[in-house]
Design a protein around this ligand. Structure first.
Ligand code: NDP
Ligand code: 2IT
Length: 451
């Protein structure tokens, strides 16, 4: 069948998705990208078409939306909205993070839950897909306010989750502190100590390497892509956006592997340090962001480097870009600038950080582009390893978990190559990840009847 006919099928499918999910633009964006890869594949494998697997996979199994009332430090009543999207449980319990950010809405969480289904399948571990969160903004809140909000959030969420049902974790605005409060409240309400959340503290059921896993995994994935061209991260200049969990540990691993990280950012701007953000400077960033909860501009003041307010770091000359902040943070213009400046690797720590137009620029220029659902799967994979350790009631060493994470990232890369090789020999990692993630879930759904 010709590309024009496939495109027409994608447009018809997307018209139905848009009508059924009005205004959920990020969800439409994520589904369209997957449909573009899958529709030609499904035409070649008509059993999926007859079973309407694509239509089923784009419909959440369950959406939970709830009120979260809490009292701020002044005694004022505050109301936020809580969500959990239970997207797909064909291959395991729902699994995916919680995001606390003022931009959170149904469409954003549905896009994240949809991506999570394919990502979790790619990890090779038995995890379904889910995502949740709230429009609560942790910025500027005291620890006590975060605790009161989080306890109220869990007071509703607890009845919907469980170690064999749905296992949340962190995402933007949800780190070790929030997971601690969430776990404490779940334990009180259920009177049981179980692996209901991942990203737990190491003393109470967490896994070594889980905090590092997304950033490390994204770096391992970049290295695997480079290997296909006989190259490596050694000596490469790397631009990273964000300065949170994913960005910090990507910076650490890139530096350990011989690369030089020259940028970090937050929502207010970016810093450019041409000498590289070494281990000592990174320790400063970690304290600044995780303990002081300050702004990245303070780095520029401390080390006397450039701070660019209100901009993203994609104008800086680099070999490798790692967008590790948020969705749609690399525009078509940014992608053109990156490529013009010699960037030839993009490994996405964030979920859907590149716009569809930016992806077209990467693909047309045949650069090594690892989409989030493949490149950032190390985080959830290590959550899966935390679940395994909780079930075994055993703890693995750092080396053991890191070795498993590394192997999983290599396996994901191999899957992308298997399903994504182009006729010219290069690899379309978008197609590879989408089809590679789809097959296992689709076959499980078929085997389980009309579910
Ligand atoms: P954190 O909350 O730890 O850090 C987020 C970083 O991104 C901060 O520097 C933040 O800046 C910046 N940021 C957030 N929103 C925006 C925005 N709208 N515009 C510009 N900058 C923004 O989150 P994580 O590091 O955990 O998550 C980063 C990305 O990685 C997300 O896309 C997440 O979905 C994805 N991801 C995370 C995984 C994990 O294990 N944590 C796993 C897989 C993917 P500021 O502080 O100013 O808000
Ligand atoms: O987007 C993601 O994969 C995450 N935020 C991690 C999810 C998890 O369950 O560890």
């Amino acid at each position: 069948m010709s590309n024009a006919i496939y495109q027409q099928q994608v447009d018809e499918f997307m018209a139905k998705i848009a009508a059924k999910n009005p205004g959920e633009l990020e969800f439409h964006q994520a589904v369209r990208e997957v449909a573009e890869s899958l529709i030609p594949y499904i035409e070649e494998n008509p059993r999926y078409k007859e079973a309407k697997i694509l239509e089923r996979i784009a419909e959440p199994e369950r959406v939970i939306l709830f009120r979260v009332p809490w009292l701020d430090d002044k005694g004022n009543v505050q109301i936020n909205r809580g969500f959990r999207i239970e997207m797909n449980s064909a291959i395991g319990p729902y699994k995916g993070g919680l995001r606390f950010h003022p931009t959170v809405n149904l469409g954003i969480l549905k896009f994240l839950a949809f991506e999570q289904v394919f990502k979790n399948s790619l990890t090779t571990l038995p995890m379904g897909g889910g995502k949740g969160g709230s429009d609560f903004d942790p910025k500027g809140k005291s620890d006590n306010e975060v605790m009161r909000f989080t306890q109220s959030f869990m007071t509703e969420l607890f009845r919907h989750i469980g170690p064999n049902t749905d296992v949340p974790a962190g995402d933007i605005g949800v780190g070790g502190r929030e997971i601690g409060f969430l776990f404490g409240q779940y334990k009180r309400l259920r009177n049981e100590f179980t692996g209901v959340l991942t990203g737990k503290g190491i003393e109470w059921g967490g896994s070594l390497i889980r905090p590092e896993a997304t950033g490390y995994g994204c770096t391992y994935f970049a290295e695997e892509m480079l290997k296909t061209r006989g190259d490596s991260l050694k000596g490469k200049t790397v631009a990273i956006s964000g300065s949170g969990n994913v960005a910090q540990y990507a910076c650490e691993k890139v530096t350990q592997m011989g690369g030089k990280v020259v940028t970090l950012s937050d929502s207010a701007g970016y810093i450019y340090d041409p000498n590289g953000i070494d281990a000592e400077k990174l320790a400063y960033v970690m304290h600044l962001k995780n303990v002081k909860r300050g702004r990245i501009s303070e780095y520029a003041a401390k080390y006397g480097v450039e701070y660019v307010e209100g901009k993203r770091p994609w104008g800086v000359k680099c070999d490798v870009a790692m967008p590790n902040a948020t969705q749609n943070e690399v525009s078509e213009e940014d992608a053109k600038t990156l490529v013009a400046n010699g960037c030839f690797v993009v490994s996405e720590g964030a979920n859907m950080p590149s716009t569809p137009e930016a992806i077209e620029v990467y693909q047309a220029n045949r650069i090594l582009y690892g989409p989030g659902k493949a490149a950032n799967a190390g985080g959830v994979a290590t959550s899966g390893l935390e679940m395994s350790q909780n079930s075994l009631r055993l703890n693995w060493t750092r080396e053991e978990v890191d070795a498993r994470l590394h192997q999983i990232m290599k396996d994901i890369h191999t899957t992308c190559v298997k399903y994504g090789r182009r006729e010219d020999g290069t690899i379309d990692y978008v197609k590879g990840a989408n089809i590679g993630g789809f097959v296992k879930v689709a076959d499980a759904m078929m085997a389980q009847g009309l579910v």
